[in-house]
Write a protein of this length. Sequence first.
Length: 279
Amino acid sequence: MKNEYIPHPAVIESVQTESFDTKTFKIAFEKKALAESFDYKPGQFVQVSLLGVGEAPISIASCPGRKGFLELTIRAAGKLTRAIHQREPGDKIHLRGPYGNSFPFEEVAGKGLYFIAGGIGLPPLRGLIKSALYGRGNFGKIKILYGAKTPDELCFKEELKTWKQMDNTEVYLTVDEPNQSWQGDVGVVTKLWDKANMTTSDGIAYVCGPPIMIKFVVMNLLKSGFKDENIYITLERYMKCGIGKCGHCNIGEKFVCTDGPVFSYAQLKEFPDKEKTIT
Ligand SMILES: Cc1cc2nc3c(=O)[nH]c(=O)nc-3n(C[C@H](O)[C@H](O)[C@H](O)COP(=O)(O)OP(=O)(O)OC[C@H]3O[C@@H](n4cnc5c(N)ncnc54)[C@H](O)[C@@H]3O)c2cc1C
Ligand code: FES
């Protein structure tokens, strides 16, 4: 019988530094057939491990249309992630997955897409943003609102510039603590609201960031006319198995690893009171 916990060996192909504590790793499975057939959707995650160190869930930051490799953007937060940051191209790493549900995509064709992220919250949205930009004609306006503590902590700095140049696409950036060369906005991501003209009746919002940011973003989205069922939020919980067996990630009756990590606000509103982390 197949053991679901056994990860697949993979090799780090390249490493891109995003900020002082965050790097993007391009990773390919060792088995060529697996590398070519590995299928995932934006919003899903993999369990990443270094043998003898540990394992952690990390969102897939690449675009599913690009086959043969995955990109994972990882913040050095603790024992495992700091050890991964020491790894270089050519080094081995292990992955299992993909796990979890995904953001609605094909089913929202024709609608305006609004991405709101804070800090390390942009990587889980990146695959979706890239898929939407490649299929540009299928959607209405695309607006990306992104905030970080400092200019250094913005991920994908070059891509943000490219996205801004694309047709019918708007990118708004803000930081809490500007440096001398920063020319963008200053303050929390909701400060961008009026500038980005966020009013809509049928837009789809995708939100990822720290819980306090999510709370205020959702309040603003509701005031701007977004419907509960059109607001999608990806949640981070402590996880062990990633496959609905250990119970580490449950919120009431839901497992974040299998029922999520993406939930609509309409779903989150129904979560038990003590677990209403964002509402
Ligand atoms: C579905 C999902 C997707 C994720 N995607 C990403 C991603 O794309 N990039 C990324 O850098 N991180 C992501 N994370 C968070 C990542 O899994 C944790 O940072 C990682 O487990 C830390 O492992 P560690 O051994 O390095 O740190 P540890 O030594 O275990 O912990 C270091 C610190 O991080 C805190 N921590 C650990 N796990 C979590 C968690 N799940 N939520 C909040 N705090 C935590 C601990 O309390 C501690 O303060 C994701 C988590 C989930 C559940
Ligand atoms: S992480 Fe084990 S049940 Fe979700």
